[in-house]
Design a protein around this ligand. Structure first.
Ligand code: NAP
Length: 285
């Protein structure tokens, strides 16, 4: 039976540590860290994600300021706001909630965020730093959360064979790069990959970020592999489930993350961690 690693428990541990650290800075007379959250329009899921992020920030002592903009504002107005927040000394992190409504140029908007406050790790400068293996930038939150989960699994990454299924900009591609930067030998699989089961069977570390309920079963998993399930889907009964068929893989893997309570809670936790990191860099702490 695999060691089940719960992201909600790990994130609680990490949040408690961060809360103590922030309390300590406050006692020494420093201001609290501050995150600016920008939402354009009224996308239902985005509104609920933002509430979750605001609540998590409040729990550990990070102040938030939310700018909720109407869907009919112009690209230029959005960009001006991002530039102003980028210059504001009191703001440590800027989070532009994606996706933007139709008609906006996301890449142009993201490029207006000061890379030093880009706590989602999406600006071209930070993407470049990740790909060049350079320090001093910000890495995207879900991949960072996965790295913390692998650490918790006590998985030695260097020298391991890793397969990542999925090549999205937000998850598959950056986690593959983080694993390579830690000296894993990495293969990225996607919808056009041939013999995907055999390929995955060779992986010591298998990261699955597809968006297909329970697609990855025991035929994909090597004995003793570390399995990270990023997927968020609904099964036939409407229950939340991952991309991995947990019941079939659980006896084979050495360690595995469940869905829910796996990668999801770690994503928000890493947003907090990046905001605190930005604050410490900016305050020279
Ligand atoms: P995405 O942008 O839709 O990318 C999905 C990837 O899976 C693509 O690269 C696609 O290949 C590949 N794929 C699709 N069908 C496949 C198949 N049959 N075999 C092999 N590869 C296949 O998705 P995403 O944003 O990376 O998200 C993936 C999942 O993670 C979703 O369920 C999402 O909800 C979840 N997610 C969770 C969190 C979290 O915090 N827990 C965060 C982000 C995403 P092609 O490139 O060839 O199309």
């Amino acid at each position: 039976m695999a060691n089940i690693i719960y992201g909600n428990e790990l994130s609680k541990e990490l949040k408690e540590k961060m809360a103590l650290e922030i309390e300590d800075y406050a006692k020494k007379g420093y201001r609290l860290p501050k995150l600016a959250v920008i939402l354009v329009g009224n996308n239902h899921a985005s509104l609920s994600y933002i509430k979750g992020k605001e609540k998590a920030c409040a729990e550990i002592g990070i102040n938030t300021i939310t700018k909720h903009l109407e869907e009919d504002i112009s690209q230029e107005e959005l960009e001006n706001l991002l530039v102003d927040l980028s210059k504001d000394d009191e703001i440590d992190g800027i989070l532009l909630q994606l996706p933007l409504p139709k008609g906006f140029d996301e890449a142009r908007a993201i490029a207006c965020i000061n890379p030093d406050k880009d706590v989602d790790g999406l600006t071209p400068i930070n993407v470049g730093k990740l790909f060049l293996g350079e320090e001093g930038g910000f890495y995207p939150c879900t991949p960072l959360g996965i790295m913390e989960l692998l650490k918790k699994m006590e998985c030695e990454i260097a020298g391991k064979r890793a397969v990542v299924i999925g090549r999205s900009k937000l998850v598959g591609t950056p986690i593959a790069r983080l694993l390579q930067n830690e000296n894993a030998t990495v293969t990225i699989a996607h919808s056009k990959t041939k013999n995907i089961e055999a390929l995955c069977k060779e992986a010591d570390i298998l990261v699955v970020a597809i968006g297909r309920a329970k697609m990855v079963d025991d035929n994909y998993v090597k004995d003793g592999a570390y399995v990270i399930d990023v997927g968020i889907n609904k099964d036939e009964e409407g229950k939340l489930c991952g991309d991995v068929d947990f019941d079939k893989v659980c006896d084979i893997a050495k360690a595995i993350t469940p869905v829910p309570k796996g990668v999801g809670p770690m994503t928000i936790c890493m947003l907090l961690s990046n905001t605190l990191l930005s604050y410490k860099r900016r305050m020279v702490l």
